[in-house]
Design a protein around this ligand. Structure first.
Ligand code: PMP
Length: 436
């Protein structure tokens, strides 16, 4: 389907481009300096958790169910924090470890364990290549996806293989076909609820197929990063199936490694982070981690569970986040609809939670849109960032992160994005007919 600029006569296109060029000059004269690059909570969101900082005063009780949080011990995490993790991940507290402040670092460490030590008695992933004629172990990367996931596997020396994302999760026909016969495919990266960046939630059917599919690799893992598990924008959120229950029913509980953190519940980078998996895998991972960790920051765990002692308290807290985030997501929808609907220039997602909107411009446009937006004073997530090695071959996807800027700044940034999309769309149409 052609876009409005492709449908114009040469003269109409020339006039439109002159008009857009004037609009870009006006925008440049506003000297904007806005950043929409990463999905950080706004200062007002972070402030919601400030009361937590004074919970542990100098005379506070520092025990959690008999555990002294002010001293070494309790490697696996304090009971109340394991219970919180279990609730977020959908497993039992015994299947959950609370480690440090970053889920990404846990993901990094667990993949390092698979790489160096293997899992379940299988050979280390890092030895695969030497034993199989130099073939590298691979991980499936649904795209568009989360750049830092792709960075972890790439950094280890794994081959990132792209699989298309659909509105209900990864394209399972492709996933099943690939994993059934190729034992070098060791894992799949998943952000199953309010996915980064498309905002979609995996359907029950996709979750069921992931846990029950035949995998040539006996040590295949589903890396289930449930970073946005309680991050609904509306009272009725998307429902994600419980992967542990479905995996147990399918006889493949060993396949699931789930992660979450409070980075976007309390303080990004200073929250608490969780991993949930089968008892066997948790035992393997504990033994591996204990080589380098006596116990994580239990005072921070205690601070968190005193601040969010019940499911109701957590829900209430997340509703306050949602009240701050919702107008931003709704502004994205309104501005993009006003500026781009019925132009044939772009499509975008309509998430009901999470932190991102995924935007697709014309093929070959994303790098130019991001560069032009930068010139006009708006830093967007780099084009290609949502693909392994930054390679979006269609060069059309841009991740929109609306959480951090004020509504006023977000409005200005979206005006720039809309304008840049028109400018680049018209430029491409002119190029196509050799009149650029
Ligand atoms: N996973 C996903 C999907 C993310 O979007 C992010 C960024 N918030 C992270 C992990 C990082 O989380 P943490 O701060 O717990 O490392």
């Amino acid at each position: 389907m052609s876009n409005i600029y492709q449908q114009m006569t040469d003269d109409e296109l020339r006039v439109a481009r002159e008009r857009l060029s004037c609009q870009a000059d006006e925008m440049r004269a506003r000297h904007l300096a806005l950043d929409m690059a990463r999905g950080k909570p706004s200062p007002a969101q972070v402030d919601l958790s400030r009361p937590m900082l004074s919970i542990l005063g100098s005379d506070a009780d520092l025990f959690d169910e008999g555990i002294d949080c002010a001293n070494y011990g309790c490697f696996e995490g304090i009971p109340s924090a394991r219970a919180l993790g279990a609730e977020l991940l959908g497993c039992s507290a015994e299947q959950c470890l609370v480690l440090g402040s970053s889920s990404l670092l846990i993901e990094h460490d667990i993949l390092a364990m698979f790489w160096h030590c293997g899992t379940g008695g299988a050979e280390p992933w890092g030895s695969y290549s030497a034993a199989h004629d130099g073939v590298l172990p691979q991980v499936l990367c649904p795209v568009p996806g989360y750049d830092r996931h792709f960075g972890i596997s790439e950094n280890l020396g794994m081959l990132n293989i792209v699989v298309p994302m659909t509105e209900t999760g990864p394209d399972m026909d492709v996933v099943e076909r690939l994993v059934a016969t190729d034992d070098s495919i060791k894992a799949i990266w998943c952000v199953p609820k309010y996915s980064n960046p498309t905002g979609i939630t995996y359907s029950d059917e996709v979750v069921r197929r992931l846990v029950s599919m035949k995998t040539a690799a006996p040590d295949f893992k589903i890396l289930w990063d449930n970073a946005y598990c309680v991050h609904d924008l509306y009272d009725t959120g998307d429902e994600l199936a419980n992967i542990f229950e479905l995996a147990r029913a399918a006889g493949h509980e060993e396949r699931v490694v789930a992660f979450a953190s409070t980075s976007k519940i309390s303080f990004p980078g200073s929250g608490i982070a969780f991993v949930g998996a089968s008892h066997e895998l948790i035992a393997e991972f504990s033994a591996y981690m204990k080589a380098g960790l006596i116990s994580a920051d239990k005072l921070n765990q205690l601070r968190h569970t005193r601040f969010l002692p019940t499911s109701a308290a957590l829900r209430e807290h997340m509703a306050q986040h949602a009240a701050l985030l919702r107008p931003r997501f709704e502004l994205v929808e309104t501005m993009l609809s006003e500026g781009l609907s019925n132009t044939g220039l772009a499509t975008w997602t309509h998430p009901r939670g999470g932190y991102f909107v995924s935007f697709n411009g014309p093929v070959g446009s994303a790098r130019r849109i991001v560069a032009l937006a930068k010139e006009l004073g708006v830093t967007l997530t780099p084009a290609g960032a949502t693909f392994p090695a930054g390679q979006d071959f269609a060069d059309c996807n841009i991740r929109i992160a609306p959480s951090y800027p004020s509504l006023e700044d977000l409005r200005a940034a979206l005006e720039v994005l809309v304008l840049a999309t028109h400018v680049v769309g018209a430029e491409l149409a002119a190029q196509e007919r050799g009149i650029a």
